[in-house]
Design a protein. Sequence first.
Length: 495
Amino acid sequence: MNVLLVSMPDSFEHMPPVAIRMPNGALTSLAGNVDPHHRVAVADLILCHNSVRQTIIRLIQELNPEIIGLSVMTFQRRTAGRIIELARELKPSLKIVVGGYDPSLAPEAYEEMCVDYIVRGEGEITFRELLRALEGQVDFGNICGLSYRVGEQWVHTPVRPPHRLEDGEIRLPNRSARLLRGYTLLGRQVDVVETSRGCTYDCSFCSIIEMRGRNFHTYSFDRVLADIRDARDHGARTIFLVDDNITLNVRRFEALCHAIIEAGLHQLDYFVQAMTSAIADHGSTLAPLMRRAGFRYVFLGIENVLEGDLTFLRAAAKNKEHKNGKQAGNATLRAIEYLHRNKMYVVGGLIVGNPDDTVESIETNLEFARRYVDWPYIQHPTPYPRTPMTNDFRQRGLINIERVEEYDGTTAVVRTEHMPAEEVEYVRWKAERWMKVRHLPAVFRHDPWFVIRHVPQMMAHTFRGSTLRSLLGLEDSRTVFRRYKAMRHRERSYV
Ligand code: B12
Ligand code: SF4
């Protein structure tokens, strides 16, 4: 069968397409795991975010797929709906499948769209079996993790348990299936690689637990190294390790760093997401090793620097330092110190605008980011489907905006007990732009040509909404903010 898999073009404030265009790892993993007689093509629509409609039309005409699969996050739901309508119009007989976090956690939203199948949870085996069912080899009802229509009714088969990755059932991704070019992270071709899936924590804002329960499964190092080599052979110079929480098993992470070095793959740049507690507790050995293995940016899930907020976010435990087996205060500063001492940059993940936040508590976090992090990644709590935090916000009547296309993390859609949502966003937005500028010299040292060629576009993105008048101080920042919001509103219409 001819299969076309697409990821959505929607990006958010911290991912300006001029500097960051990342592949979707789910689609190549699905492509690598269907039966070999199928022809699968993958299109990451972030690579054509200015011409989505034309690209979809062209791909459907050229490839004539029998099945189209869409990978969707919640803030991309509206775009997905429009692409589904367009695809249906272009080819009414097309079978349309949706998967990813949003269809898995809010399948009811897709039942009202023109889709034929919803794949819930991990997709490789479900999708492989779905294609077999469409060829008449197996019964739809026997495929776990699938929702499908029978007449007017939707049937939901039982949940598929998370894969034990250790057994080698999931094959390597198929990167050759990609049709579009232009992936980049600050000027270097980027690719995504997984070494594990899952997490055993239960932060209240995170979708992972509802998606797959609390568990942690790992791929073998042979497979991980083969995957990195494959990404490199397809042109990548930067690898983003997309594991949910690679630092759950620090000994394994250290061994992975050794394996990368021994395999000679440490010439690539690596980005990774990490817990502060793991880095603080093991930094004296782990951080130098990470540096030797090529790690350059570490996204730290700091979440908040105030204990009250950490408790609300259920993120206190993962941010605690330990001494002699006992908890010994917040781990964040020590983690940052280890990373900086070993010449790595800290992407500081913070969440501000929690129910009890005031201007002062938000300012405390912003001041922390100004002083200690290299690249701020500050978000607002966002009520994604079925997270415990969504419940809390709903019960307290604090959700202001139900339009999910605005659930991109940097649009404040909830208010606090003390501040309107828009004020929360304004305070964060105003401070964060300047923090980003400070990191430009470091980017310049690593990739001077990229910066020279793209600095005007990067600055224009960071300071969107500004005019000559605002630069001269003749217009206040609230006017600029309103203009920025209007631009953001317009650009969300990708199709
Ligand atoms: C890595 C990652 C990123 C990276 C890289 C993204 C990329 N292009 O790959 C970065 C840091 C850039 C990022 C950014 C964002 N992310 Co993110 N990210 C993740 C993370 C950690 C892992 C995702 C991943 O690649 N997993 C590996 C792949 C193989 O698994 P998978 O995507 O789940 O796909 C499987 C199934 O879902 C299914 N499937 C997926 N698509 C499809 C399609 C079909 C047709 C089928 C059949 C099956 C299927 O099968 C796949 C294979 O089993 C998750 C989860 C987490 N713990 O936080 C969050 C997560 C996906 N991100 C999330 C969000 C919200 C964002 C942001 C909007 C804001 C933010 N929090 O940073 C931005 C938006 C980015 C943008 N487009 O502008 C949310 C999504 C919540 C939701 N309900 O939509 C998650 C779940 C985190 C959370 N807050 O809970 N993210
Ligand atoms: S530690 Fe990270 S992956 Fe795990 S539940 Fe918390 S936010 Fe999600």
